[in-house]
Design a binder for this molecule. Structure first.
Ligand code: HGY
Ligand code: MN
Ligand code: MN
Length: 439
C-alpha cells in the first residue's frame, strides 16, 4: 500500500483529482474522446468548474470583454510603500493558464491540463507563502482563453488574438460556426458585448510574464535523445519555439447532378478534383523537409449519397518553421488544385482562415523556466513544438514561455492523448517552482 501523500506532494497530485473531476464532461460517443467547442454545453460546464475551483481557493474571478476568464491572487494591501498611490496593483502580474475548448474528438489533456496544473500549483504557492518561503512581489492570475482550437469559428486562438488585436474585431465577430451563428451572436448569448471586444490595453498591461503548461503534442520527450534505459523520457520540457502554421479553405465547384441519370462522361464532379487535390497536398508537404500539410476536414455540398456534389470544401493545415516556405507551399497547392480542377471541368478557390507566424519564446524567460524546472527534472530539455498555443499569440506583446508534460505516445488531437499521473504531478511541481521563482 503506497504511503498517503502529504504536504506539497499531496498538492502536486491535486492536478490528477482536478482532471478526474472533469473526465466525464463533453465525451463524444460518436467520435470518441471529447468535443468541447467554445460556448458549447461542455465547454461552459468546464468554465463553471474552473470558476468554482478558483473561487473556492479565494481567487477573485472576473471575465473580460473578450470572454477571457481571469482568476486573481492579488497582493495583500501593501503598507510598506509598495505600489505608488493610484498605480494598478495588478500591473505586470505573473499570469499562467491555458484553454478548455477542444478539437472534435480530442483528448482530455489538451488545454485542461494547463488549467488544472495552474490551480494545483497555486495550492503549492499558497502553502509556501503561509510557510514564509514565498514572498510575492507582484499579483498573480490564472487565465482561461476561449476558442483556442478554432473548432467552432475557424480561427485558432481567437480569444488571445482579440486581446492582442491580432485579429480585427469586425472580422472576428462575423465569423460563423457550422450552424451559421456569428461569433457576435454567440458572444452576446453568453453575456458579452460584441462592441466592447478587441485589443485590451488594461488586460495586456497586467501581464508581466505569461507561462502556459501544456501536454506535450508529439514525441519530442520520447525520442532516443531523451529516453533513459527504461525507455522513459523526462516528465517535463520547456518550449523553445512554435512552428508557424495556418489554415485555408479550398473550395472546388462543379455541377451538382443526379448520380443515376448523369453519364460518367457528362460530369464536372468536384469530389473527384478534391480527392486528387488531397493526394497532391500530401505530396507537396512530404517533398518539403520540415513541413506539415494536412487535410483533416472535407465537406461535400449537399452531401447526398445519390447526389453528385456541386461543391466540395476542404481545409488545409500547413506548417513550417520558415513562414515564407509555408506561403510558398500554399501557393503551390493552389496552383495544383486549379490545374486538377480544370481537368475535371471544375474550379478551385482558396480562402485563408487563420495564420500564425513562427514564434521563438522569450529567451530569458525560457532560461528561467529551464532553471526552475531543473530542480524537479534535472536536465529539463527545450523542445520546439508543432502545435499552436495562446502563449504563441501573446508572445508578440509580453514575455511568454511554456512547459510541456510528457505524453508517452506523443499522440494528441485524438482520444489516445495521455499523461501519466506521476508526470502530471511532476509537471505541477515544476510549474509551482517556476511560478514561485517568477513571483
Ligand atoms: O492546432 C494547433 O496547433 C493547436 O492545437 N491549436
Ligand atoms: Mn490543440
Ligand atoms: Mn492546446
Amino acid at each position: 500500500m503506497t504511503e498517503p501523500l502529504t504536504g506539497e506532494a499531496q498538492r502536486f497530485a491535486t492536478v490528477n483529482s482536478l482532471m478526474s473531476a472533469i473526465a466525464g464532461t463533453g465525451r463524444d460517443a460518436r467520435r470518441g474522446g471529447y468535443s468541447r467547442p467554445v460556448y458549447s454545453t461542455a465547454e461552459l460546464e468546464l468554465r463553471e468548474w474552473f470558476v468554482a475551483e478558483a473561487t473556492a481557493r479565494g481567487l477573485a474571478v472576473e471575465r473580460d470583454s473578450n470572454g477571457i476568464i481571469w482568476a486573481w491572487w492579488d497582493l495583500p494591501d501593501r503598507h510598506d510603500g509598495g505600489a505608488p498611490a493610484g498605480a494598478d496593483p495588478r500591473a505586470g502580474a505573473l499570469v499562467t493558464g491555458s484553454h478548455l475548448d477542444s478539437v472534435p474528438g480530442g483528448g482530455p489533456f489538451d488545454g485542461p491540463l494547463g488549467v488544472a496544473s495552474a490551480l494545483a500549483a497555486f495550492d503549492v504557492l499558497k502553502m509556501r507563502e503561509a510557510a514564509g518561503t514565498l514572498a510575492r512581489k507582484r499579483a498573480f492570475a490564472i487565465a482561461v482563453f476561449p476558442e483556442e482550437e478554432g473548432s467552432a469559428f475557424g480561427v485558432a486562438c481567437l480569444g488571445s488574438r482579440l486581446l492582442t488585436g491580432a485579429i480585427d474585431p469586425v472580422r472576428a465577430l462575423n465569423l460563423t460556426d457550422e450552424r451559421g451563428t456569428t461569433f457576435a451572436d454567440a458572444s452576446r448569448a453568453h453575456g458579452l458585448d460584441p462592441d466592447a471586444m478587441g485589443r485590451d490595453e488594461l488586460a495586456l498591461s497586467r501581464i508581466g510574464d505569461f507561462v502556459e503548461l501544456h501536454v506535450e503534442q508529439g514525441r519530442g520527450l520520447n525520442t532516443e535523445d531523451y529516453t533513459d534505459a527504461a525507455g522513459r523520457g523526462p516528465a517535463v520540457a520547456v518550449a523553445s519555439s512554435i512552428l508557424g502554421h495556418g489554415r485555408w479553405r479550398l473550395s472546388f465547384t462543379g455541377q451538382g447532378n443526379h448520380a443515376g441519370t448523369t453519364l460518367m462522361t457528362d460530369r464536372a464532379d468536384p469530389m473527384i478534383a478534391a480527392s486528387q487535390a488531397v493526394l497532391a497536398i500530401r505530396s507537396i508537404g512530404a517533398a518539403q523537409p520540415g513541413a506539415r500539410a494536412t487535410v483533416g476536414r472535407l465537406e461535400p455540398v449537399p452531401g447526398g449519397t445519390n447526389v453528385i456534389a456541386s461543391r466540395v470544401d476542404l481545409w488545409i493545415d500547413v506548417r513550417h518553421p520558415d513562414d515564407a516556405v509555408t506561403a510558398a507551399l500554399v501557393t503551390r497547392i493552389l496552383e495544383q488544385a486549379q490545374q486538377i480542377a480544370a481537368l475535371e471541368g471544375c474550379a478551385a478557390e482558396l480562402t485563408e482562415e487563420s495564420l500564425s507566424a513562427t514564434v521563438h519564446f522569450d529567451a530569458s524567460l525560457t532560461r528561467a523556466l529551464t532553471a526552475s524546472a531543473a530542480r524537479t527534472v534535472p536536465g529539463t530539455p527545450a523542445l520546439a513544438t508543432g502545435a499552436g498555443h495562446d502563449a504563441g499569440v501573446l508572445a508578440s506583446e509580453v514575455p511568454t514561455g511554456m512547459l510541456f508534460v510528457r505524453n508517452p505516445s506523443g499522440i494528441s488531437h485524438s482520444p489516445e492523448e495521455y499523461v501519466e499521473d506521476d508526470d502530471a504531478a511532476t509537471g505541477t511541481a515544476a510549474l509551482a517552482d517556476a511560478l514561485g521563482d517568477l513571483l
